[in-house]
Design a protein. Structure first.
Length: 267
């Protein structure tokens, strides 16, 4: 089982590397990071905070976009190109195929996140050296709050991958991408939805808002970027709870994907 999943994961990773959209989005991410130099110059002395905010935002935004666009087309491409029939004629279950595809894209996004993080830390190092004239130090660059912000951004990307993979099992890539994008946007504003529940008067609207609040992933809780800017590190218990929440949500989405995909008729 694990060998079959690993084989599909490896294949998915190699296929993902050849996707043009990956390099296009990565290029925009790098341009946005380097643009932080100019933005920092207009920040009235808050060089590091601006650079850190823009850099972490770039990693998150473009990592999520890669997860959405590539995840939404995984199953569709395999069906359109008929490669899925070759895969499923082997002793590979549909559930193993989906898990392998998930880990393939997850590993690719992970590598891209690490690459963007290296560029981000290099930019921070440059500011520390050229603006503040401080010597390089692990403590001044690789701080716990920044590393945690990147790690939990990656957890958000994994959730996005699981959601896009789910919609890709029964819709086109365009529809899956749009739905996943809006799920991510709304998931970042669940606190607003909760406040709206107290303001609306319609009971039907209240029920719908509550359903959205509890069903959609709370990406806002996984966003540690704002806390990292001020050097705040959440408690260990809170961090572990967020990890458990992310893994449970991913597991649920993968099970839903398997349920849909196992019933899907291949034509």
């Amino acid at each position: 089982m694990f060998k079959r999943i690993f084989a599909i994961t490896s294949t998915g990773f190699k296929e993902g590397i050849r996707e043009r959209i990956l390099y296009l989005l990565l290029l925009f991410a790098l341009l946005m990071m380097f643009a932080s130099y100019g933005l920092a110059a207009l920040s009235m002395g808050e060089y590091i905070k601006v650079t850190q905010d823009v850099g972490l935002a770039s990693i998150m935004i473009f990592g999520v976009l890669i997860a959405i666009f590539m995840g939404a087309s995984i199953v569709y491409k395999d069906i359109e190109q008929k490669t899925i029939y070759t895969i499923l004629t082997k002793p590979i279950k549909r559930s193993e195929y989906l898990i392998g595809r998930f880990f393939g894209l997850a590993s690719l996004v992970g590598v891209v996140t690490i690459f963007m993080s290296i560029i981000f830390f290099a930019i921070l190092f440059s500011f520390n050296r050229n603006v503040y004239y401080t010597q390089w130090s692990i403590r001044t660059i690789f701080t716990t709050d920044i590393v945690l912000a990147i790690v939990y951004s990656y957890l958000s990307m994994l959730i996005v991958i699981s959601i896009s993979l789910f919609f890709s099992t029964f819709t086109s890539p365009i529809v899956a991408s749009i739905i996943t994008f809006f799920v991510y946007i709304i998931g970042n504003g669940l606190d607003t939805i909760q406040s709206l529940v107290e303001k609306v008067h319609s009971e039907v609207a209240k029920v719908l808002l509550r359903v959205l609040y509890y069903i959609l992933p709370n990406f806002g809780n996984l966003n540690l970027r704002d806390l990292s800017i001020y050097g705040i590190v959440p408690s260990t218990g809170h961090l572990l709870l967020l990890v458990a929440y992310a893994f449970v949500y991913i597991a649920i989405m993968l099970m839903l994907s398997m349920g849909v995909f196992n019933r899907k008729e291949m034509r």
